[in-house]
Design a binder for this molecule. Structure first.
Ligand code: PHE
Ligand code: FE
Length: 293
């Protein structure tokens, strides 16, 4: 069942759990080249920006060699490291299907790759975002457990009607999370590491707020899906993130029922502020005002 109470059926050709064969043999030379271009762009700049766990995972998976990775090969390594696997899906899947995969340590990844003229921006997550962005962190044992727990938590949030709150946790950690390290702030969020522009913006731009991670605060903060974030949340370590999210969320959901949302660019008196952003980028209209395309 999905949140609105009816089951959506998988598209033609997909299995009941929405998975399809990756069809690795069918990728064209041009599609492999898109992967290589994106891979080289990102790996050239991520040392010193991405966290160690991500860079280690990237190495362990040896993702680039001949272009788009074959899931059968990645899955041998992933199974050995953390027991996760990657499964191919045609595109976004319903929430209940997504959570069921995560709860069983399967990461659903888009099978398709973006076109050469959309290297910098696309609406739906493709194989580069899903595999380059997400899979390296799944080689980290603690993060791997966090993702599985998130899947179980998602199933529960669906039942409790609190998915809107839980989704913000995913967004501000798995997709757009930053981490504090002795060497400075580092990226671990998949939405950042898979984007050239946001890998720079998230760490270096004076516009966004960078605020210490606080579970309830994050669950009260809306996010943008169409542009760079106006706020990033900083964790101390994957271990702390896991420890905080181990607690029972039911009492938190109860409290959130009566709590209002926090403005997307607001800074609260209790926040640990790493950067008080100027919000200049969003104030100027963001992507709409800048050179898009
Ligand atoms: N502890 C959460 C709950 O009780 C589950 C969860 C774990 C959610 C980890 C997100 C991440 O619902
Ligand atoms: Fe993602």
């Amino acid at each position: 069942m999905s949140a609105d109470g009816f089951t959506t059926s998988p598209p033609p050709g997909a299995r009941a759990d929405w998975t399809i064969d990756q069809g690795w043999e069918s990728y064209s030379r041009a599609e492999h080249d898109v992967w290589i271009t994106l891979y080289e762009r990102q790996t050239a700049m991520l040392p010193g920006r991405a966290c160690d766990a991500f860079l280690r995972g990237l190495d362990a998976l040896d993702l680039h060699r001949s272009g788009i990775p074959d899931f059968r090969r990645i899955n041998e390594e992933l199974a050995r490291l953390t027991g996760w696997s990657v499964v191919a899906v045609p595109g976004l899947v319903p929430d209940d299907v997504f959570f069921d995969h995560l709860a069983n340590r399967r990461f659903p990844a888009g099978q398709f790759i973006r076109k050469p003229d959309e290297l910098d921006y696309l609406q739906e997550p493709d194989i580069f975002h899903d595999v380059f962005g997400h899979v390296p962190m799944l080689t980290d044992p603690v993060f791997a457990d966090y993702m599985q727990a998130y899947g179980q938590g998602g199933q529960r949030a669906l039942e409790l009607g609190r998915l809107a709150n839980l989704a913000r946790l995913y967004w501000y950690t798995v997709e757009f999370g930053l981490m504090q390290t002795p060497q400075g702030l580092r990226i671990y969020g998949a939405g950042i590491v898979s984007s050239r522009a946001e890998s720079i913006f998230a760490l270096d731009d004076p516009s966004p707020n960078r605020i210490g991670f606080d579970l309830e605060r994050v669950m009260r903060t809306p996010y943008r899906i169409d542009d760079f974030q106006q706020a990033y949340f900083v964790i101390d370590s994957i271990q702390t993130l896991q420890a905080v999210t181990l607690q029972d969320f039911a009492p938190i959901y109860d409290r959130l029922e009566g709590a209002s949302d926090i403005g997307i660019a607001e800074i609260l008196p209790g926040d640990t502020v790493f950067t008080r952003g100027t919000q200049a980028y969003a104030g100027a209209g963001g992507r709409l005002a800048s050179a898009r395309g």
